[in-house]
Structures are given as structure tokens and as C-alpha cells.
Design a protein around this ligand. Structure first.
Ligand code: AVI
Length: 320
């Protein structure tokens, strides 16, 4: 990363203090939980990239297939001279095809919590799209963040939110997030969003319990991260990864299960774990078309177009 990349970066990254407070709050709750947003340090982001390549993890592959097949339509609904805002942009892999298909894009604004990941992605994109203004923002996209002003003419704003990250929010939070997006793009703006669909339990549970144990490493990295950054003393070998489908809530839940009765100290506070007690570390909601339409409607969005695969495992939707 160069000095100029560093200087141009809008840095609104959550602080260590926020992380500490969130972890302590979550571990003090009756059902212990930690926001899945904290998975994504450099190690976690790297593990997530590996998950996306797993045979069992169908969402990335299926979404890419839909995007490839319908990219011309997606670029057409986005329109010319659009500013594309991507919350949680990660390595911006799915954005390249879109950026290449757009007519005279005004700017690309990747918004990403992991600073290193963001800077790496921006560096690669600048090489491949030298004429495109790229305005990175390092922030938690669920709280207020500012959109930099582009120097080029901007006709409209479109939020690009692939990957079904919307599924990682509880319904009320998902509605709030969709409202923030609406506010960012204004009345004329649009939203292109990846939405994972309900399917059979076996396929779902396999996707989050891969043979190679990469998802387990990803989940357990959260505890390593707390040790590294907050001076916690988790003995990670005393915890295990579990992922199971909760049919009533229509979500996959990831758990960090305490294998023994134990105490863990973080920042001067001690947290007790019974044997078998778990930390809820992620929910991944899966939607019917109807359920997503209703959710988005609560935030003022109307579904205009839906693209899907022939098994209807995943969808990319355009909303205004
Ligand atoms: C980022 N998000 C949409 C992923 C998901 O499928 O919920 C995160 C993930 N967790 C385990 N595997 C992938």
C-alpha cells in the first residue's frame, strides 16, 4: 500500500474500545453472543476468501454464475454515470465484472471494516481500472459513514451489496441497514443485492460445516482475535465450531461451544462458561422471495427485478 492510498482513505474504522465494549456486553448476556462483524480481521478475511472457494459453500459460486449470466441487464438497470457504493466490499472480487460492464461509472466507493483488506483491494482495482475514481471508506457500514464527493459527474447512486451479507443481520437490523442504504442513494437511487434462498437442511448445514474445517477455523479465529487484540486468555482448544439450521427462524446459526466448564478473562473481567454453553457468533438468514420482498418493503424498497439460478438456491435482486 502506498502513502497516497493511506492519505486518501476515509478512516472510520471501529476502535479497540468499541471491540472491547461489544465483546464484554455480548459475553455478559444470558445467551452469549458476539457480532459476526468481528470475524473480519486480516486473518478472518483471508479465511472467508477460502470459504468462498469451497465446494460445499454454494452461495459464492451460484451468485457469480447469476452475475455472469445477467451482467448486461444488471449494468443496464444501474444506468450510466452511476456512483456504485459497496458496503462490506472485502476483496471486491464480484465488483470487477460490474465495474467493467458499467457505462462511464462516476465512482466506486468500497466501504470495508478491515483496513488492510480494503487497501489491498483498492490497489488492485486502481491497476485494472485506471480511469475509474475509487474512493475507499474504512468503516463499519452499519453505523453512519460519509460518502466522499466524486469529482466526476454523478447521475445516480446505486448500492451494490452482493454475497447475501444482508442475511447476517437480524430482521430488525436488516431493515435498519436497508434504510441507511436508502438514505445514502436518495429517491432516485437503486440497490443491487444478493439474497440467499431457503433450501434443504442438508445442503445448508454442509455449506457451514465443510470437510476441510475452514469454516471452523474462521469461527474460532474470533477467539484468537480477542486474545490478540484485547489480551483475552481464551484457550481456543477448549472450544469447538458448530453450525446448525434453525428452521423456525429460517437461519443457519454458528456457535462456539465450550467443551469444558471454564473461566475466560478479557480486559480485567472474567466470564464463566458451563460445559456445552456456547457463544452465538453468526446468524445467516435464508429467504423466500416473498419474505425478502416484505423485509425490503419495510425499509421503503420495491423489488423491480429478480435473477436466480435454475435450482433457485440464490438470487440477485434489483430494488428502487
Ligand atoms: C458473509 N456471509 C454472507 C457469510 C454467510 O454465508 O453468512 C459468512 C459465512 N459464515 C460462514 N461461512 C460464511
Amino acid at each position: 500500500m502506498s502513502v497516497s492510498d493511506e492519505q486518501e482513505l476515509q478512516d472510520q474504522q471501529p476502535t479497540k474500545k468499541d471491540f472491547m465494549a461489544d465483546v464484554k456486553d455480548g459475553l455478559s448476556a444470558k445467551q452469549k453472543w458476539i457480532s459476526s462483524m468481528y470475524f473480519y480481521d486480516a486473518e478472518g478475511s483471508m479465511l472467508f476468501d477460502r470459504i468462498c472457494e469451497l465446494t460445499e459453500y454454494y452461495p459464492t459460486r451460484t451468485e457469480l454464475q447469476i452475475l455472469n449470466e445477467h451482467m448486461d441487464d444488471i449494468a443496464a438497470v444501474t444506468g450510466p454515470q452511476a456512483m456504485v457504493i459497496e458496503p462490506g466490499s472485502g476483496s471486491s472480487l464480484k465488483t470487477r465484472r460490474l465495474l467493467a460492464a458499467l457505462r462511464e461509472p462516476a465512482a466506486y466507493v468500497p466501504v470495508e471494516i478491515s483496513r488492510e483488506h480494503l487497501l489491498d483491494a483498492v490497489q488492485g482495482l486502481r491497476q485494472d481500472f485506471p480511469a475509474l475514481p475509487i474512493l475507499p471508506v474504512c468503516a463499519d457500514f452499519t453505523s453512519e459513514f460519509d460518502i466522499p464527493e466524486p469529482e466526476t459527474a454523478e447521475k445516480r447512486r446505486v448500492v451494490y451489496f452482493p454475497g447475501s451479507t444482508i442475511g447476517n443481520f437480524d430482521p430488525a437490523d436488516a431493515v435498519d441497514l436497508l434504510k441507511i442504504m436508502k438514505k445514502k442513494v436518495g429517491r432516485e437511487g437503486g440497490l443491487i443485492i444478493g439474497v440467499d434462498l431457503r433450501k434443504d437442511r442438508v445442503t445448508l448445514e454442509k455449506a457451514y460445516n465443510d470437510r476441510d474445517g475452514i469454516t471452523a477455523l474462521f469461527n474460532l479465529n474470533l477467539l484468537h482475535r480477542i486474545n490478540r487484540e484485547l489480551g483475552g486468555n481464551f484457550d481456543v482448544s477448549n472450544f469447538s465450531h458448530r453450525a446448525e439450521w434453525n428452521d423456525e427462524e429460517s437461519r443457519i446459526e454458528m456457535h462456539l461451544v465450550s467443551e469444558i466448564e471454564q473461566d475466560v478473562t478479557i480486559g480485567g473481567d472474567t466470564f464463566h462458561f458451563d460445559k456445552g454453553e456456547y457463544i452465538l457468533s453468526e446468524c445467516s438468514y435464508k429467504f423466500t422471495f416473498r419474505a425478502f420482498e416484505e423485509l425490503a418493503g419495510k425499509a421503503g424498497w420495491t423489488v423491480k427485478q429478480v435473477w436466480t439460478d435454475n435450482r433457485e438456491w440464490f438470487s440477485v435482486q434489483y430494488l428502487e
